[in-house]
Design a binder for this molecule. Structure first.
Ligand code: AMP
Ligand code: MG
Length: 344
């Protein structure tokens, strides 16, 4: 199959992409978070192709991308008022809500769960594709399963060229990490994945938030979780990653002590001069966390190389969007963190 590369700027692109979606094909779509691998979310056969193309475990559910709050009730029931409050405040935007699923949503899309995740992306072309296709578009991140997510059309082609119908090129993703996921099916709202909408922003609307264990720690294979996908290895380059925490100076001293040829350093731009001779790669500026979220996955993909021995990574501290960057980097590192302050 030849994969079409469609520019989001071409006026004919939304209609063509929507036509492919209606025909049950896979189309990679740009969003403000990452590129999604999209298919008709109501068509079991089309959804099955997503799992096949990604090599995604069947028990890892997908997110339904919709045009706006008015579509929530088409696919969800028992919708609490706070879901509408969140949608009105943060949609279109990087926020996904988990709600009870209507029977119209195939259980292949929800990976057998009775709940479904819905989101309205902040990308006008992608919303137009959804509108013209007349169906919700189910889409996980467009990377191969387990690998760092795709934040450019080139990343998508690298993973899927010749195996999907089309990629809509909307340029690099602004946020760069996947959406925040909040589960609204229990008594208390629960954060399942941090993202561009911060815990602080959620609490401002909800007044309350529980952070799921999967956000902060490695989940045991046999543990019971909200969505089985939370247990899988994520975002990881080929080689091991270790996060080195602590001050700039202590971390640099630690890394220089342990660095061997074949290692790489993933750091902040401000730190590049500290790592001469250590093959450093900067993923953004520590002083502007949005550059770190926007650059993280492209950097992890660049480091996805079996000839690299080990990566020492620097991680931002604090809340807000830094919380999402910490989560992705910790998962890429399989929660392997050393504290340079504690080393003598
Ligand atoms: P991806 O954006 O590629 O990470 O895939 C979508 C993610 O959304 C999954 O890995 C799940 O963590 C989450 N998700 C989707 N549907 C549900 C659901 N019904 N309940 C909980 N989490 C979900
Ligand atoms: Mg993903």
């Amino acid at each position: 199959m030849q994969t079409l590369l469609l520019s989001a700027r071409e006026p004919g692109t939304p209609a063509l992409a929507a036509e492919l979606i209606k025909r049950g094909e896979l189309v990679a779509i740009p969003t403000e978070t990452v590129y999604g691998l999209g298919a008709n979310g109501l068509d079991e056969a089309a959804v099955a192709k997503i799992f096949e193309a990604k090599g995604r475990p069947q028990d890892n559910p997908l997110i339904l991308h919709i045009c706006g709050p008015e579509q929530i009730e088409l696919f969800c029931h028992h919708i609490p008022q706070k879901a509408y409050d969140l949608a009105r405040t943060y949609w279109p935007g990087p926020l996904t809500m988990v709600l009870p699923a209507r029977d119209s949503v195939p259980r292949r899309t929800t990976a057998g769960l009775d709940t479904v995740a819905v989101r309205c992306p902040d990308n006008a072309v992608t919303r137009e594709i959804i509108r013209l296709s007349g169906v919700p578009i189910a889409a996980p991140s467009a990377n191969l399963s387990g690998k760092p997510s795709t934040t450019t059309a080139e990343h998508v082609l690298h993973d899927h060229d010749g195996r999907i119908a089309a990629v809509v090129d909307g340029g690099p993703c602004r946020v760069g990490v996947e959406s925040t996921i909040v589960d609204l099916t229990e008594d208390r709202p629960r954060l399942l994945r941090p993202g561009g909408i911060t815990p602080e922003q959620l609490i401002a609307v909800l007044g309350d938030l529980v952070v799921d264990k999967a956000v902060t720690a490695q989940i045991d294979k046999d543990a019971v979780v909200k969505a089985p996908g939370m247990k899988y290895r994520h975002y990881a380059p080929a080689e091991p990653v270790v996060i080195v925490s602590g001050s700039r100076e202590k971390a640099a001293a630690y890394i220089h002590r342990h660095f061997v040829p074949g290692d790489r350093v993933l750091c902040f731009q401000e730190e590049l001069p500290l790592y001469e001779g250590c093959a450093p790669l900067a993923y953004g500026r520590e002083a502007d966390v949005n550059t770190l979220s926007a650059g993280l996955f492209a950097a992890l993909r660049e480091l996805d190389d079996p000839s690299i021995h080990q990566v020492y990574a620097r991680c931002p501290v604090g809340g807000g969007v830094a919380y999402a960057v910490q989560n992705r980097l910790k998962k890429a590192a399989a929660f392997h963190i050393v504290d340079a302050e504690a080393e003598v």
